[in-house]
Design a protein around this ligand. Structure first.
Ligand code: 16G
Ligand code: MG
Length: 548
């Protein structure tokens, strides 16, 4: 089994001293101010090497990004061999390694993992690395590589990539030469695969007007620019917010998070009712669409709207292909607008499951369906096809020309969609495919259902860890008595719904509320916010004035 070369570890570890902070590998890996991350990322390198050795040298991915956070932040997440998020049970190991107080503790923890998980340290380890455009990325990649050196892991640095590209390449490398080969393991391979599928899907259809694409001044900008030549004249896109040379602009007043949270267009974005717009987040794994109504109202088409559009389209295609043995399902979180869930269940008659927040939960649940469509309201999401569904789609022949066309579309759809993780590029092509095939404007798409007004508020509390939820985060079991008090308030509101959950990424508790009208929704959100703040005097700092 061999053991760790302690001298080598100490020499490398000395370059990456641990600050006094305590770290947690959360929903999206480690994420914080970049200047606190050096030791964390060094140790995550050690973990990545261990993970690869445990999996017999399979390639593990490492993405250095802090997504929609400000430019001064950064983060790291690891990707498992099929392009999915790091297995849940290893998150605790990441946390433990990052908090080891000395080299001795570090070595002890590595040895305890080696023995409890039966890791053979003599096995090879292979890790690939990608990063977003943040200036802190280069030094953090070096820290990660030092971590890999502790266990002699082999690494390939792919430089700047979007998060989903890194997921894609990881899967390609691990499936190369097998019947499940996912594609060429490079950004170029990714562009070629997606563009070819998209061209098949829109072949012969009238091209839509240009899409105005806000890239949040992040990695999506240079990468989408790089992608455009592959798309040729199948799609026209006008990229805005593409200044990656001025780091402070990253995610500033722009991007999917800004648009979704504030329900407004990026600053400086002059929209007309003719425009179809979309925003990526800082690492291009999230997308939302929007447009302006004739009366000037801003209209958001978020992850729920994308899920509804995709489910509707896929259900129709499966029927048209004559293979309705394939069952489509949709996965949402508690944040899904109540009107979207109703639309999916009652209009599309599709099964809908609700899971806790975080891509990994949705992805896992979606794998239970033949075709699983999953989206968070914030725009993270994709569609996954089960191996048996793919087999059916690829073996079907169709007994009429119409069936043959539908089958061809389904095949191309499974190629245009990045099935490893939610991917803003691939989701964009999915939406553009459907709008092109139907010749729909965003307004027509929006008519599927009307969102219930909703509001999200943050409550700063002394200790968010005392808030415990069940039922996919829709009910609090602790602190005792709080859920009953919430229920009593919600009952007073028409179409009222509200839930309270601790954030996985920030030191706050989040309150979501929806109700029949905007004013009732605001009142509900602020009543629940006040309730949580006051409950056992949990609130921290000044009580927000709008809380009731
Ligand atoms: C992370 C998750 C995202 C989730 C968000 C919730 C991934 C890749 N990202 O960004 O899916 O919506 O956390 O944040 O899983 P919260 O727990 O602070 O509300
Ligand atoms: Mg992101």
């Amino acid at each position: 089994m061999a053991s760790v070369n302690v001298e080598n570890l100490s020499a490398l570890s000395a370059k990456h001293p641990k600050p006094a902070n305590t770290f947690t590998y959360g929903t999206a890996g480690f994420r914080m101010k970049a200047d606190l991350l050096d030791s964390v990322i060094f140790r995550t390198g050690i973990l990545a090497a261990l993970r690869s050795k445990k999996l017999d040298g399979k390639v593990i991915g490492c993405m250095i990004t802090a997504s929609h956070n400000p430019a001064a932040d950064n983060g790291v997440k690891l990707v498992d061999p099929m392009g999915e998020m790091l297995e849940g049970s290893w998150e605790a190991h990441a946390t433990a390694l990052s908090n080891a107080q000395s080299d001795e503790q570090l070595v002890d923890y590595i040895h305890s993992m080696v023995s409890s998980l039966k890791i053979d340290l003599t096995k090879p380890a292979n890790v690939i690395i990608g990063r977003d455009t943040r200036p802190s990325g280069v030094a953090l990649v070096n820290a990660f590589v030092d971590g890999l050196k502790v266990l002699d892991a082999k690494s390939t640095d792919y430089g700047i990539l979007t998060t989903p590209q890194l997921h894609y390449i990881t899967r390609c490398l691990n499936t190369a030469g097998t019947p499940e080969a996912y594609g060429e393991p490079s950004a170029e391979g990714y562009y070629k695969k997606l563009a070819a599928a998209f061209k098949t899907l829109v072949d012969g259809k009238t091209k839509l007007s240009p899409l105005i694409l806000d890239c949040a001044n992040g990695v999506g900008a240079p990468k989408f620019q790089e992608f455009l030549p592959y798309l040729g004249d199948s799609l026209s896109v006008k990229i805005v917010n593409d200044d990656i040379d001025n780091a402070s602009k990253l995610n500033l007043n722009s991007g999917a998070d800004y648009v979704k949270t504030g329900q407004r267009a990026p600053v400086g974005h002059k929209m007309t009712p003719q425009d179809r717009c979309a925003s990526f987040d800082g690492d291009a794994d999230r997308i939302v669409y929007y447009y302006q109504d004739e009366d000037g109202t801003f209209k958001l088409l978020d992850g729920d709207k994308i899920a509804g559009l995709a489910a509707m389209f896929i259900i129709d295609l499966v029927k048209a292909a004559g293979i309705d043995s394939i069952k489509v399902g949709v996965v949402q979180t508690a944040y899904a607008n109540g009107a979207s869930t109703q639309y999916l269940r009652n209009t599309l008659n599709v099964p809908v499951s609700c899971v806790p927040t975080g891509v990994k939960h949705l992805h896992h649940e979606a794998l239970k369906y033949d075709v699983g469509v999953y989206f968070e309201a914030n725009g993270h999401g994709t569609v996954v096809f089960s191996p048996s569904a793919l087999k059916t789609i690829y073996s079907a022949e169709g007994s009429s020309p119409a069936q043959a066309v539908a089958i061809r579309s389904l095949r191309a759809l499974s190629e245009v969609i990045n099935q490893t993780v939610g991917d803003a590029f691939s989701d964009l092509l999915l939406v553009e495919t459907i709008l092109t095939q139907k010749q729909w404007t965003p307004k027509v798409w929006d008519q599927a259902y009307t969102d219930l007004p909703n509001r999200l508020v943050k409550v700063v509390v002394q200790d968010r860890s005392i808030f415990k939820t069940v039922d996919a985060e829709r009910k609090l079991v602790e602190p005792a008595g709080l859920q009953d008090a919430i229920d009593a308030i919600v009952l007073k509101f028409r179409d009222g719904r509200s839930f309270v959950r601790p954030s996985g990424t920030e030191d706050v508790v989040r309150v979501y509320a929806e109700a029949a009208t905007r004013s009732e929704t605001d009142e509900l959100a602020h009543r629940i916010g006040g309730l949580v703040f006051d409950f056992n005097s949990q609130g921290s700092g000044p009580r927000p004035r709008e809380f009731i």
